[in-house]
Design a binder for this molecule. Structure first.
Ligand code: GLA
Length: 390
């Protein structure tokens, strides 16, 4: 993939790139909608990624090209991008990242970039965050800003929140930057801290796409508001509560009579997800993989009933998992409302399970789907300094 990207750069721009930046997509394993509630997430960077070859050029005009978009070379002036283009134009991600860097007083110069990716789009695997992190990583290297991991992630989040209009948290960007081969990422969103926990080689994650495109800008923002409303109500009696991170089940149940029904259900999901992230780490240390798998099923059930961010196709995929002796646990992953489901299996069963699940899904729904095994992978970086002779 690296070489293909570089060859395409040379064909499109007629010159060799300076280097190639890459950033992986991610799977959210547990900790659904906990990041913007200052909570905990178990996630992993995966072996599917966005790759961008970059070249610094003179002047004020950037040129970007993606063979996936078939809209030719797109250009923009560095001083004329403060407002996004209408109609969800894909170059808004590039414009947004540059704008957010400029807002932080980083002097971004002109560049050419060629973008490729093998992450399914609009599927909940963070294709956008991985594009943002490959862009930030590349631009940081090109102009020598020396940004920290946290700053890079925050530039991506600001691009989503302020430029694209999705009020998302920091987890996608942080996971894409902090992934480690063979490890999962454990992250915490009050102090923004990261640690890693091994993904045992006996275990694999199978990803199965519901093929329902998820659009996070509307319902996501609504759910986030409901979480904030729950906190505002709880704070009246418990001023020490800053975020749902500070709420446990006992406190939530005591506050139930004063909470709007929806706010209570949303909070119940988030409080349960934080607990499940902690329990998962204990079960993984004890090599109790059955118990780990059950947490995934419990998470999905809570999404379905409490957070209401599932959909019939995702529920069918999880029902197929629950009925199969090959699967230890399954759930939706990411924002929800469509996108992918993740299925925990023993590595020796992974191929057989993919075949089984695809056939069972087609039988149940009459629709096709795709399944693939995801391995945990290294986070974003500069992959290769290229030369014309590559
Ligand atoms: C999306 C957002 C993340 C996170 C998840 C849900 O992926 O971008 O910040 O909130 O949904 O856990």
């Amino acid at each position: 993939m690296i070489q293909e990207n570089i060859i395409q750069f040379e064909t499109v721009f007629g010159t060799a790139p300076d280097f190639l930046a890459q950033a992986p997509g991610r799977l959210e394993i547990l900790g659904n909608h906990t990041d913007y509630n200052e909570g905990f997430v178990l996630s992993m960077a995966v072996d599917r990624r966005t790759q961008i070859s970059f070249k610094k050029i003179e002047g004020n005009r950037c040129q970007v090209f993606s063979p996936m978009m078939s809209d030719g070379v797109r250009e923009f002036e560095l001083d004329a991008i403060s407002t996004p283009l209408p109609s969800k134009d894909w170059t808004n991600y590039v414009r947004g990242i540059v704008t957010e860097l400029q807002k932080r007083d980083h002097k971004v110069g002109a560049f050419q970039a060629l973008i490729t990716s093998d992450i399914p789009l609009s599927a909940g695997m963070s294709s956008s965050a991985s594009l943002e992190m490959a862009l930030v990583t590349g631009i940081d290297t090109l102009f020598g800003f020396d940004l920290s991991t946290q700053e890079k992630a925050q530039v991506g989040q600001a691009c989503e929140n302020d430029y694209i209009g999705a009020n998302t948290g920091l987890m996608d960007q942080l996971t894409s930057l902090s992934g480690k081969d063979g490890e999962m990422v454990v992250s915490e969103y009050r102090n923004i801290s990261i640690s890693h926990t091994p993904l045992p080689s006996e275990l694999s994650f199978v990803v199965i796409n519901s093929n329902v495109a998820h659009d996070l800008s509307q319902e996501y923002n609504e759910r986030r508001q409901q979480c904030e409303d729950a906190v505002a109500t709880i704070q009246k009696e418990h001023p020490e509560v800053q975020a749902l991170r500070d709420v446990n089940l006992e406190l939530l149940e005591a506050a139930k009579p004063s909470l709007a029904e929806y706010d209570h259900k949303r909070a119940l999901h988030v409080v349960g997800e934080n607990d499940r992230v902690h329990q998962a780490q204990s079960f993984l240390s004890a090599a109790d993989y059955d118990a780990f798998g059950k947490l995934l099923f419990a998470s999905h059930e809570s999404s379905r009933l409490n957070f209401e961010n599932s959909c019939p196709e995702l529920d069918t995929l999880v029902e197929i998992a629950a009925a199969s002796p090959l699967c230890l646990g399954a759930r939706l992953s990411g924002g929800g409302f469509g996108g992918i489901s993740i299925h925990l299996v023993r590595s020796t069963d992974a191929e057989a399970y993919c075949d089984h699940a695809i056939a069972a899904y087609t039988k149940a729904t009459g629709k096709d789907t795709t399944a693939f095994i995801c391995r945990s992978a290294q986070g974003a970086g500069i992959e290769s300094y290229a030369s014309a002779s590559l």
